[in-house]
Ligand binder design. Structure first.
Ligand code: FMN
Length: 327
């Protein structure tokens, strides 16, 4: 039997706390929430004022970020004993409404809760920009990441050594272009915050990683020509483990699905003690993004490059509490 108990304030708060813990490009947190208490629907909207016109003119990365928040909402709803029914882009006349999450009661015990540890991983997951040890992640964990991406409506491709080198080269090419583009540098630097800064957005300088002394892994240089903010170079892992997240179409709803799949993959890794880092630079230049697709697949639309492995945990980043954004 289904129940439709009204969500109390504590339940709404825990749903939103989970949602805002999602990763977002430059920690822009480009989402807004609105609760329709009568219908038990949480609306997820984009926050246009937190867009990145230079880095993300099509808003694709913004949709990925919102998709990741929607995935967390789903997990948190299940954790509360609710069944989340998600509709993506539910109103063609309201393009800013990216998702509507209807929180019905759970039916009987036939309904399987989420995999153990996944909800708990929401708070533990941080982007780790440090060198990893290079210890290979066991095949069953990689297989779980891959099948979960698929279950969420996207695909995960694990490249071989030649493919890995190619993806790293394309990322380095994108990073070099970003460097030659003062407006992009200025845009990303604007989201880097000083230690102890009183802000709920952006990336604290302490969460950034060092550049790779071997110059093989082009991690994003958020600080641009401010050498004081840059950490000394360190040697990164020799055997880089990468995963390319892709979808077979490239529409707005595919981006939202890709974001959900991304978060499913990141939380699966986290629940298994695996660290993750995102390398999105090549996705920000149409020709380089197209080049990251594997050549024999006509319908491969790359969405994100993920580096994963064992190593230090990432540093936490601030969040605006979800309720503060509740419209
Ligand atoms: C679409 C998207 C693109 C991102 N691109 C990068 C990137 O290129 N380099 C990077 O270091 N982090 C990247 N990130 C990670 C964000 O900077 C990170 O999620 C944000 O600062 C919040 O920190 P957290 O992931 O530790 O919670 C990206 C995240 C998203 C969702």
């Amino acid at each position: 039997m289904r129940t439709h108990a009204v969500l109390d304030a504590a339940a709404v708060e825990s749903l939103l706390a989970a949602a805002v813990a999602a990763p977002s490009i430059h920690n822009t947190q480009p989402w807004r929430f609105r609760l329709d208490p009568d219908n038990q629907v949480l609306e997820v909207r984009s926050a246009p004022e937190r867009a990145l016109p230079r880095t993300d003119p099509t808003h694709r990365a913004q949709y990925l970020s919102v998709g990741a928040a929607v995935f967390n909402l789903r997990l948190a709803a299940l954790h509360l004993g609710r069944r989340p029914e998600v509709r993506l882009l539910p109103d063609p006349h309201d393009p800013g409404l990216l998702a509507a999450v209807h929180l019905t009661g759970l039916s009987a015990a036939d309904e399987q809760p989420v995999a153990p540890g996944l909800y708990e991983a929401i708070a533990r997951r941080h982007t780790s920009r440090m060198p990893f040890t290079g210890r290979p992640v066991p095949e069953p964990i990689v297989a779980e990441m891959t099948s979960n991406a698929h279950a969420a409506g996207a695909r995960l491709h694990i490249p071989d050594i030649v493919g890995t080198r190619r993806l790293l080269r394309l990322t380095a090419a994108a990073e070099a272009r970003n460097h030659a583009h003062p407006e992009r540098i200025a845009e990303s630097r604007a989201w880097i915050t000083a230690p102890g800064a009183d802000t709920s957005y952006g990336i604290p300088v302490t969460a950034l990683g060092p550049p790779d002394a071997g110059k093989r892994i082009a991690t994003r240089d958020f600080t641009g020509p401010v050498p004081a903010a840059r950490r000394p170079a360190r040697w990164f892992e020799r055997h880089v483990q990468l995963a390319l997240l892709w979808t077979s179409h490239d529409r707005r709803d595919d981006w939202l699905r890709a974001g959900q799949a991304l978060q499913y993959v990141l939380l699966t890794a986290t629940a298994n003690g695996v660290r993750t880092s995102l390398m999105h630079q090549a996705m920000e230049w149409p020709d380089l993004r197209a080049a990251t697709a594997f050549p024999r697949h006509k319908r491969c639309h790359p969405q994100m490059l993920i580096r994963f492995g064992y190593g230090p945990d990432g540093t936490g980043t601030p969040r605006l509490p979800g309720a503060a954004d509740l419209g």
